[in-house]
Every structure is written in C-alpha cells, then in structure tokens.
Design a protein around this ligand. Structure first.
Ligand code: ADP
Ligand code: MG
Length: 702
C-alpha cells in the first residue's frame, strides 16, 4: 500500500525539520515518522475571535488572547539575569509581559506603539498579573492566519522550544505535513461503521483536529478519533479472546451433583443475594461450555465472592475434578481454609491447606492426596505453584485478590495440565467499569454489586492527631461493649525504618492508655517471624486481645466479625483503594462499625480529597472512580506495564459512552466476521495489523 509508505517517512525528511530538530523530536516526544506527527493532537484550542479585556483577568484565567498597544519595552535586572519587560495596554487596562529567556533576542522584535495580539497565561506576582513568555504577533501579521478561527495548542518541552518548536512551531510543521500527505490519509474504518455512527472520514477528522474549520467540525473530528482509538483497543482485545477461546479447550462441567445440592440444602445458612445468583449463573455457563473459563470476579469486600467461588469449586467436585484456591498471604490462606472447612463440614469433602510453613510430613500427605485424587480441595499460598505440587485432575483454580500475584505465576498453574483448568480471579479492588473494559477486555467480568442484607454501612470520621484522646475514649467505649479494634499504620518500603518506629511508638502509647490487665493488645508487622505473627493474630481472632496494632499486613481479606473499629493512622499517606480495603476489614458483623481516619493537621489537596471521599461514601466503585481521577489511569494496578492506557485523545473516564459504543461495535463486527475476512472490513483489518506492528503484545497482560 503506497499510501501507508508516505506516512512512514522518517521525520527528518519533513520540510522544516532536518537532522538537528529530528534528533530532538525523537528524544523528547518520540516522533520518528510523519505518522507520529500527524497523530500528535493539540491539547486545547483557543478561539481566535475572542479577546479578553485586561481588566477582566482574574486568577481563574488560563490561556487568553489580548490585543492592544505595546509601551515601555525595557531590559531590567542585572546583566546575567536580565529580563525583558513590556506593557500591553488596551482600553480597559495595562498588563506586564515578561521574558526571562531569549530576552535579548526578543527585545529587537518588539516595536513600541504598535498594535499586537498577545496570547498566554496570566500569573499573579506580587499582587499583580503578568504574562510570562507570551506569544506575540503584530495585528498586521495576523492576516496570514486568516481563516484560522480556533488556534491549536500543542504541548511542547523546553528543549523543543529552544529549537523553535513551541506550540506554534509544531503547528507550522503539521501544516506543512498536512499539505503534503492529505491525499494519502487512508480510511481505517468500514463504510458500515461510518454510516451507522455518522462519522466523518479519517482524512477530514485529522484535518480538523489540527486546523478546525469551526467548533462543530472540531467536535466531530474529536468524536471520530476518540471512537477510532477506543474501537481498535476493544477490537484487539476481543480478537485475542476469540483466539484464546478457539485454541483453548476447557473441561466441561455439566453436572450439578450431590456436593453442591447437599451444600445448598444442608449447609448454606442464608439465601444468596440476587447478585450472587447472577454470577453463579454466569460461571456455570462458562464452565459448562467446553471452553476454558477466564473470569474476573469483582465485588466489594464482604459482598460474598468467596461463597460464589466455593460453589463453583463444588461443581468441579461434582464433575470428579479437583479445585484449588490461592490466597496472597499465609494468614488469608489459613482463614479461607478454616472458613471453607467449617462451612463444608459434614459433606465428606477432603480439604487441606498448603503454605510455605507447612511441615514436611504434611506436605508429603498433600502431594500424595493430590496425585491419587483423594484430596479434593487445596487451599494455599503461592506454595501451590511449586513444581512438586501435581494434581490428578485440576478442574478449577480460584485466585483471591489478583493484584498480589504476578502474571507469570498465574500462567504456571495452567501449564501443568494439557487441558487447562478454569480460572476464576477474585478482586475486591473495584476497578471502574470503563477501566475494566479497557484493561480486562479479553477477560469476562462478573460483578457482585450488592451486599448481603442487614449490613450496616461503616460510619467513617476524620480526626486530627491532636484529638487522639477523644479517639482513645471512643475505643474504650467500644471495647467495653465487647468490640475489638484495629489500629493500622502505613508501611512503605522507602521509609520502612521510620514507619516501623511510628508503629512501635504508637504501640507504646496505646499500651500506656490501655494497660493490662484490663486490656490486651496484639501487634503484627511484616518484620516479625511468621510464627509470632500467627500467634498474635490468633489471639486477636479468639478475642483474647481487644486491640490489634498492625501494619497493612491485615489489609486483605481478614475476617473477624467482632472487630468493629478500624483506626487508620497517617491516613493521608494511604491511597484510596488501600483505605477502602482497610475499611472493609470492619462492618462484617451485625453491629455498627466505625472507621476513623487520623491525619496530621495540614493535608495536601489530594490528601484532603481522599479523606473526604472516604468520609462521604462506602461505595467501592465511586471510590475507584475518584481514585482514577486523582491518580490517572497509569497509576492503577497493573496498568503501568500494559501500555494500554497511553491514550492519545480518548479519556476512559469522560468518554465512557464512546467506549461503550466502540465495544458494542467491535462485538458486532467480530460476531458477524470473526476473522475480518469480508471485503467491507478490510480497512479495519489493515489498521489492526498496522497497529499491532508497533504495539507490545496486549495478550501478555492476563
Ligand atoms: P468477600 O470474599 O466478597 O469479601 P465473603 O464471601 O467472604 O465476601 O463473605 C463475607 C461474609 O458474608 C461471610 O461471612 C459470608 O459467610 C457472608 N455472606 C456471603 N454471602 C451471604 C449472603 N448471601 N447472605 C448473608 N451472608 C452472606
Ligand atoms: Mg474475600
């Protein structure tokens, strides 16, 4: 395809670039060829027909356009730190324009008493507004840009600017490029889609994203490019899923037998929630289909995911297969083992626990039982992944709290069998739907969005460190009423020593405020030997201690219904999803639970928002959305490596609607034409190929 070639031309061959600029473009913004520049979109547009009045400038003003006469153009300051200062006057007032860099060069360019158009961002200095490094142009020179109503703003860097490639410089290159290649811009979507969604062509959208004819065309250009960006991500993910499904056979569990029935009728102490019923149905469809299941189960802490997983395991058992459940920590594995053993008691099911600290004889027994099939359910940590652990016929793997496990580790489990087991991954870290769609688009996602009845939302309050005595008083009241209390300290790798000191200091002050024999306190942190940790934990579980002072080791999964108060120290240092996880440790029993966020007096803007969000809501999805907004998608679990979220124009939060359209469209197309063989879909196939040439293999993520 000749048309593709032009856009692959190395960037140094573009008029106005050359080797020096090319070098900097490669280093600073990774522009290698024409296509890279063509797809570098403005981050904002300024309406050229709108002029601000100087007297209307206020602290909310961002980039604005002014027009007026220049006066008093002067170099100021000492020789080595000279700056150029000029005044711009319109009929409403005067504002200072300042150049720190290139002042000497600039001073010769400006003529007093001439009419200029000035463009820049006002900043407040010593109580007055000025505009540092504005773009400035004679009104008379503006004729060149006639017809340019919306001026594109491109982000640039200091190094690029030093070579004349500020926003305006980039725009100039783009204009030249566009003239050269505009007839070589090929369509990447099918006519079908374009007509159905009333999109403008690719050529027109690229023209208008860089040089908008008017607001309407800009909007349409944006819509089309956002759609295109999201559509190809979805299409790629769904295609990978199709390939996986075609290639990977799965065990077919059609029978529901005695284990599940008996459990349901004899052991299940409550009704399933509707959300649980829905998810069980989704899982049963998967595991009965003959294809391998790869399902992500999302649900807030305490929503009953584990129970759903357990029922799925029983179906595996009913079909004469084994099942295993893998937890990220020893404590959690043990807890799962205990609760599963007790809820399955009397059903005659062989269950065991395997962790790093299991004794040799026990291990031997387990290995044997797995091999001869007598051991039906194995619960454990990643000790399950050791080569020596061989199942007779592993049918289902449940992984709890997925983000703690490395991708490679997950893959190893599957390799052990010719027909891989079904995989159910549970996570209580709610991922905004939009993100899940983008990130896990090739997994199936189930959501439990309903808590079992009777749960009281945890009451959350924010206290400053100076109010500690009040908080201690509250703890005493709760303990008197028979409740237990967690006090959690942050532990961050970089400041491990300081954090540990915080923890031990805190522990000391709590032991002083809560003395023996009236009170007993447990302490658990990552530096303790496993045995001690366990011992302390067990004392708390059994109710022998009323207070548990801990680092975030208790973050995930621990289930102690009688613990109804969670105090989080230095709460401003935790991320939102972690705060939410921690709060999820309480509110598991029938009593009203409380979460108290302790912070220092002064909080960053971000910190404030996190604390306020926690106080305002207990909805994990709402919290996840705020988290996504505060941190940006790049910082969420597992997204860094993926590169999936390097979106050029779409925004997975704001463009949720377009994302849904694009996903539905991708589903429709692949349903009708799974291999994109039809004539009409050829543009799509070509583009998909072109994109995957430059992208890491997305399928490696899951
Ligand atoms: P998750 O794994 O999602 O955090 P669990 O499955 O551990 O949640 O369930 C939390 C608690 O709620 C457990 O004590 C469990 O027995 C109980 N539970 C689960 N489902 C229900 C239900 N439908 N009705 C009442 N209690 C339930
Ligand atoms: Mg759980």
């Amino acid at each position: 395809m000749k048309t593709v070639d032009i856009l692959d031309t190395p960037i140094e061959y573009l008029k106005g670039v050359g080797p020096v600029r090319a070098d900097i473009l490669k280093k600073e913004v990774a522009f290698y060829n024409f296509n890279d520049l063509l797809n570098y979109f403005p981050f904002r547009y300024v309406d050229r027909s709108k002029f601000y009045r100087i007297k209307d400038i206020n602290s909310d003003s961002t980039y604005i356009q002014l027009t007026g006469k220049l006066s008093s153009i002067q170099m100021m300051g000492k020789p080595r730190s000279e700056r150029l200062v000029a005044y711009l006057q319109d009929n409403s007032g005067v504002i200072e324009l300042v150049w720190f860099k290139g002042a000497k060069w600039m001073v010769n360019k400006l003529t007093p008493n001439e009419e200029y158009v000035v463009f820049g961002k006002p900043t407040l200095f010593n109580g007055k507004f000025n505009i540092p490094h504005p773009e400035i142009e004679l009104v008379s020179a503006q004729k060149d840009n006639l017809g340019e109503k919306l001026r594109p703003l491109y982000s640039s860097t200091d190094k690029l600017k030093s070579k004349g490639l500020d926003s305006k410089g980039i725009s100039k290159l783009t204009r030249g490029l566009m003239l050269q290649v505009k007839d070589s811009i090929y369509e990447t979507l099918s006519l079908d889609i374009i007509e159905k969604l009333k999109l403008i062509s690719r050529k027109e959208s690229l023209l208008n994203i860089h040089f908008p004819k008017d607001q309407n065309m800009l909007d349409r250009a944006r819509a089309r490019l956002k759609f295109e960006e999201l559509f190809f991500i979805q299409l790629n993910l769904l295609k990978l899923k199709l390939i996986r499904i075609e290639k990977t056979k799965g065990h077919k569990f059609i029978k529901v037998g005695d284990y599940l029935n008996d459990f349901f009728h004899k052991n299940l102490p409550f009704e399933l929630t509707n959300a649980q019923k829905k998810v069980v149905k989704e899982i049963r469809n998967d595991i009965g289909s003959g294809k391998q299941m790869n399902r992500l189960l999302q649900g807030d802490v305490g929503s009953g995911k584990t129970l759903v997983a357990l029922m799925s395991m029983l179906i595996a058992l009913d079909n004469k297969y084994q099942a295993c459940l893998m937890a990220p920590t020893e404590i959690l594995a043990k807890q799962h083992f205990q609760s599963i053993s007790s809820i399955l008691s009397g059903l005659g099911i062989e269950i065991n626990l395997l962790t790093g600290s299991s004794k040799t004889t026990k291990r031997k027994n387990i290995h044997e039982g797995l091999k001869n099939g007598s051991l039906q359910i194995l619960v454990g940590t990643h000790a399950l992944l050791e080569d020596i652990v061989q199942f007779k016929n592993l049918g289902l793997v449940v992984i709890d709290e997925q983000h703690r496990f490395g991708v490679a580790q997950r893959a190893r489990l599957w390799e052990k069998n010719i027909v891989p087991p079904h995989v159910l991954v549970m996570t209580a870290t709610p991922i905004p739907r939009t993100l899940a769609m983008t990130l896990y688009g090739d997994l199936d996602v189930s959501v439990i969005d309903e808590l079992p009845p009777g749960r009281k939302p945890v009451k959350t309050a924010h206290y400053f460190d100076r109010d500690r005595l009040k908080v201690f008083g509250f703890m005493k009241k709760q303990i008197k009423a028979g409740r237990q209390v967690y006090v959690v300290y942050p532990l961050i790798k970089e400041s491990e020593k300081l954090d540990l000191k915080d923890l031990t200091d805190g522990y000391d002050s709590i032991t002083r405020a809560f003395p023996l024999p009236e009170y007993a306190i447990s302490i658990v942190h990552g530096q303790m030997p496993v045995y001690d940790k366990d011992y302390e934990m067990q004392r708390f579980v059994k109710g022998e201690t009323q207070i548990m002072v801990a680092t975030t080791v208790i973050e995930v999964g621990v289930d102690i219904p009688n613990a109804s108060v969670m105090i989080i120290e230095n709460a401003e240092r935790f991320g939102l999803s972690q705060l939410h996880q921690l709060r999820g440790r309480v509110g598991r029993g029938a009593d009203q639970s409380f979460c108290i966020l302790m912070t220092k007096d002064r909080l960053s803007e971000d910190g404030k928002q996190r604390i306020q969000t926690m106080v305002r809501t207990t909805d994990g999805f709402e919290i996840a959305e705020v988290d996504l907004r505060l941190r940006g998608p790049g910082n969420l679990h597992g997204t860094q490596q993926s590169g999936i979220l390097d979106l050029k124009i779409a925004d997975i939060i704001k463009d949720e609607k377009i994302l849904k359209y694009s996903r539905n469209m991708a589903v429709d197309i692949l349903t009708e034409d799974p291999h994109l063989e039809k004539d009409k879909n050829q543009p799509i196939l070509q583009q998909l190929k072109a994109l995957s040439k430059n992208k890491p293999n997305w399928s490696l993520i899951s």
